[in-house]
Design a protein around this ligand. Structure first.
Ligand SMILES: *Cc1c(COP(=O)(O)O)cnc(C)c1O
Ligand code: SF4
Length: 341
C-alpha cells in the first residue's frame, strides 16, 4: 500500500478526496500506526454502518493513539451491536414528520431538506445512521412536490439544507436547488447544516462559496465540530473564506463520552471555534439511536459540565445545551441545577 502523504491529498480535488476516502479499517490502522494487538473487534459494526473517513480528517488524528478523540468518532466498535433499552432506530421520529419527499417539517417557520443522502464521513453516534435515505433521495421531479409544499405555506421563512451532508452534492445541483428556493418569495433565509469544512475542507472552493452566497437569501451555515483538534489551518482557511462571503457561521456539537465530555475540552473547543470566526450554537445531548449507547453522557453530567464552562467563558461562547424531544416543537433547552451554588 502506498502511504498517503500530506502533499498528495492537499492537491487533490475534493471529488478525488471523497472517492479516495478510507473505507478499509486495516488501511486506517496502518495509516495511524496503531498497534494491531489492541485492535478492536469491528466486523459486526462495519456491517451495520461501514467505516468512511477522508484523509483530511485522519490527518488531524494523533499517530498511534487508539483513544484519539477524532478516531473515536469514526471507529466501528463491537459494543455498537449491544442492545440498550431506550436506544432505537429513529429516535427523533422523523419518519412521521416527512410530509413530502426529502422534507422534514417539525418546527414553526423552518423546514429541513434532505439534500444529499451521503456523507463524507460516518460518525458512529449519528442519529441518522439508520434513516432510510434511499426513500428520501428526491429526483428533480420530486423536488417540485417538495418545493410546492414550501410554496403553499407562507409561514415557512427558512429552508435548511441537511442530509447526509448537503455539501456532498455537486455545485450545479446545489445552485439549481438554491435558485428554486430563492424564487419562493416568503423564504428569507437559507441554512446549510454541514460537517464538510471539518472533514473535507477542500470542498469549500471559490465556486461553491459563490453558489452559497450569490442569491437574495441570508445565508447561515451551521458546522458540526465536536473537538478543537478538528480545526486545523485548512479548516480555518475554509471557514475564513465562508465568513468573508457574508455567511454567518455557527457550530453545533454533540456531547460524546470520552471525546469531549470534560470542561477543558469544551472550553478549548469554543475558543478555537471563535478563533475561526464561528459562534457556538448548540451542544446536543446524544440522540438515543441504536448502536450509540456507549457515547451517552447523562443529563446530570451534562448540566455539571455546562456549569463548569459558564465559569470560564464569556456568555457568547457558551453553547445552549439542548435535547431533541420528538414531541417538542423546538429543541428542548436543559435547565441547569446549579448543584454547587
Ligand atoms: C434541529 C432542527 C431544525 C432547526 O432547529 P433550530 O432550533 O432552528 O436550529 C429544524 N427542523 C428540524 C426537523 C430539526 O431537527
Ligand atoms: S449526518 Fe452528520 S453526524 Fe451523521 S454521519 Fe453525516 S456528517 Fe456525521
Amino acid at each position: 500500500m502506498i502511504p498517503l502523504n500530506d502533499t498528495v491529498w492537499q492537491t487533490e480535488s475534493w471529488q478525488q478526496q471523497m472517492r479516495g476516502m478510507i473505507r478499509d479499517p486495516e488501511q486506517l490502522f496502518q495509516r495511524l500506526q496503531l498497534d494491531p494487538s489492541e485492535q478492536p473487534d469491528i466486523a459486526a459494526a462495519m456491517r451495520q454502518f461501514p467505516l468512511r473517513v477522508p484523509e483530511a480528517f485522519v490527518a488531524k488524528m494523533a499517530i498511534g493513539d487508539w483513544r484519539d478523540p477524532l478516531l473515536l468518532q469514526v471507529l466501528p466498535l463491537a459494543k455498537e451491536s449491544q442492545e440498550q433499552p431506550g436506544f432505537v432506530n429513529d429516535p427523533l421520529d422523523e419518519i412521521n414528520a416527512n410530509p413530502a419527499p426529502g422534507l422534514i417539517h417539525k418546527y414553526h417557520g423552518r423546514v429541513l431538506l434532505i439534500t444529499s443522502p451521503s456523507c463524507a464521513i460516518h460518525c458512529r453516534y449519528c442519529f441518522r445512521r439508520n434513516f432510510p435515505y434511499d426513500d428520501n433521495n428526491p429526483s428533480q421531479r420530486d423536488w417540485q412536490k417538495t418545493l410546492g409544499y414550501i410554496q403553499e405555506r407562507p409561514d415557512i421563512s427558512e429552508v435548511i439544507l441537511s442530509g447526509g451532508d448537503p455539501l456532498s452534492a455537486p455545485d450545479d445541483y446545489l445552485e439549481k436547488l438554491i435558485h428554486k428556493i430563492a424564487a419562493i418569495p416568503h423564504v428569507k433565509t437559507l441554512r446549510i447544516h454541514t460537517r464538510l469544512p471539518l472533514v473535507l475542507p477542500a470542498r469549500i472552493t471559490p465556486e461553491l462559496t459563490k453558489v452559497l452566497s450569490n442569491h437574495r437569501l441570508k445565508t447561515v451555515m451551521v458546522i458540526h465540530c465536536n473537538h478543537a483538534n478538528e480545526i486545523d489551518t485548512h479548516t480555518a482557511d475554509a471557514l475564513d473564506t465562508l465568513q468573508k462571503a457574508d455567511i454567518t457561521l455557527l457550530n453545533q456539537s454533540v456531547l460524546l463520552k470520552e471525546i469531549n465530555d470534560n470542561v477543558d475540552t469544551l472550553v478549548n473547543l469554543s475558543e478555537r471555534l471563535f478563533d475561526a470566526k464561528v459562534i457556538p450554537y448548540y451542544l446536543h445531548l446524544l440522540d438515543k439511536v441504536r448502536g450509540a449507547a456507549h457515547f451517552d453522557v447523562t443529563e446530570v453530567e451534562a448540566q455539571a459540565l455546562m456549569e463548569g464552562i459558564l465559569t470560564k467563558l464569556p456568555g457568547y461562547l457558551v453553547p445552549r445545551l439542548v435535547l431533541e424531544d420528538p414531541k417538542a416543537s423546538s429543541k428542548r433547552p436543559l435547565a441547569l441545577q446549579w448543584i454547587d451554588a
